[in-house]
Design a protein around this ligand. Structure first.
Ligand code: ZN
Length: 82
């Protein structure tokens, strides 16, 4: 699902409905199952910097979609992947 939203991200890892997004050098995304994990990850990124060009552009996003939109995205993904 998140792959549809950030299909232009430089990289993405993990799985879940919470995402830490870093926009310092391109867009990088990590997914987490719980908001606690996502907040902890963002705190670590804030403390350590995400890379050489870090400008502290980090955020936590909760992925939430209306079921109709989710179905549509699933259909599109399924069609393209087949
Ligand atoms: Zn950064």
């Amino acid at each position: 699902m998140a792959r549809c939203i950030w299909n232009r991200a430089h990289w993405m890892l993990g799985n879940g409905h919470y995402a830490t997004v870093s926009r310092c050098r391109g867009t990088t995304v990590a997914l987490w199952a719980t908001v606690e994990e996502a907040e902890a990850a963002k705190a670590a990124i804030d403390a350590l910097a995400c890379g050489g060009a870090c400008v502290r552009r980090h955020e936590v996003i909760q992925l939430e979609m209306p079921s109709a939109v989710l179905r549509a995205r699933t259909a599109v993904t399924t069609g393209r992947a087949a």
